[in-house]
Design a protein around this ligand. Structure first.
Ligand code: PLP
Length: 375
């Protein structure tokens, strides 16, 4: 105890609860999947393929060049990267309709900083990506959860429109393909919600490149809906999770609004050059995405043949069950060196699609642990 203040002295061990923390953050745990060292990590929806030697060499060359100018701040507007991202997205987009940040999580945070905040609300359709409510809370935005359909994890358009009309949220999150279920939304559902919503509608398309043939992207709706935002990431399809690059496409006015909340020079020169270099290898990287989609479809088929309940997936992961005790299955897999994720409905597990070798290790381990655990 400090004699002057009566509070704990600097030398006494204190916990964060002793600090003058915001009341609404007290008792909360930081977000994160367990980081365990395992031979087969299929728990965080990463891309299993590292950059090719050619891409790694090009990254090293370009980073070396950027290193020579690191005494200067980076391009604050990330102009070249945004133009390259716009070209990659197509749909007639230009740099003025694209914004980039450190992972799509930072994109979502900037959206909530600009359009959410104290006295405002954000709505999402659960089960979905658990960072949407976390970032909402951190930006003091009230979270309004609505349940997805129990059977197929879809969103009933009429129910969703009714919920939006009733609650009038400032921000609506639609995740398509959805994490952790893999479910994609039809454009008519997104359009109807965008029509009804009084505020911003964010379609989180982190897994867009993994969608099955014929599944549309909300990018096609941008022209008609100026309050629609499509958010994407280079963490998944571009196998660049370690570089932290996310981006969005929206009306230029939305980009102007986000500039009000972004930190100056938020995207480092190294990040900008790494992302632009990876975009030059889009064909190579998207070839691997094709392989992963095939592996995903084969996994869904195999799980169904084995008698598991499996949600249709347009992403690089599959939600499967139904287990009487999913924690027991999770532990059994871990004991065999395979790490999956305990997330979503309580009887189901989520497995990320890895390489062919990783998937056969997963299948072998699952057959050993699961039979008596199925509902
Ligand atoms: C739906 C969804 N959105 C956004 C993200 C965040 O990705 P990142 O911050 O790596 O771009 C994830 C990551 O798993 C996700 O599943």
């Amino acid at each position: 105890m400090s004699p002057e203040t009566g509070g704990p002295s600097a030398r006494e061990p204190i916990t964060m609860e002793d600090l003058p923390l915001r009341e609404d953050l007290r008792g909360r745990a930081p977000y994160g999947a367990p980081q365990l060292e395992v031979p087969v990590a299929l728990n965080t929806n990463e891309n299993p393929y590292p950059p090719s030697p050619a891409l790694a060499a090009e990254l090293a060359r370009n980073v070396e060049q950027a290193a020579a100018g690191l005494n200067r701040y980076p391009d604050r507007d990330a102009t070249r990267l945004r133009a390259d991202l716009a070209t990659y997205l197509g749909h007639g987009l230009g740099a003025d309709r694209v914004w980039a940040a450190n992972g799509s999580n930072e994109i979502l945070q900037q959206i909530l900083q600009a359009f959410g905040g104290p006295g405002r609300t954000a709505m999402g359709f659960e089960p979905s990506y658990s960072m949407h409510p976390v970032i909402s809370r951190v930006t003091a935005t009230e979270w309004l959860p609505v349940q997805r359909s129990a059977g197929d994890f879809g969103i009933d358009t009429a129910d969703a429109v009714a919920a939006v009309r009733r609650h009038r949220p400032d921000v609506v999150f639609l995740t398509s393909p959805n994490n952790p279920t893999g479910t994609a939304l039809g454009l008519e559902t997104i359009a109807a919600i965008a029509e009804a919503a009084p505020g911003m509608v964010v379609v989180d398309e982190a897994y867009a490149e993994f969608r099955r043939e014929g599944t549309p992207s909300a990018l096609t709706l941008l022209e008609e809906h100026p309050r629609l935002i499509v958010s994407r990431t280079m963490s998944k399809a571009f196998a660049l999770a370690g570089a932290r690059v996310g981006y969005l496409a929206a009306h230029p006015a939305v980009i102007d609004a986000l500039q009000l909340v972004r930190l100056p020079y938020h995207l480092s020169a190294v990040t900008q050059v790494v992302a632009a270099t990876a975009l030059e290898y889009a064909d190579e990287l998207l070839g691997q995405v094709k392989q992963l989609r095939q592996e995903r479809d084969a996994l869904v088929e195999w799980l169904r043949e084995c008698g598991f309940a499996v949600a249709d997936s347009d992403a690089n992961f599959v939600l499967f069950g139904d287990f009487a005790d999913r924690s027991a299955v999770w532990r059994g897999l871990l004991e065999r060196g395979v790490l999956v994720r305990e997330v979503g409905p309580p009887q189901m597990l989520r497995v990320t699609v890895g390489t062919a070798a990783e998937m056969s290790a997963f299948r072998e381990a699952l057959l050993q642990v699961s039979p008596e655990q199925l509902l």
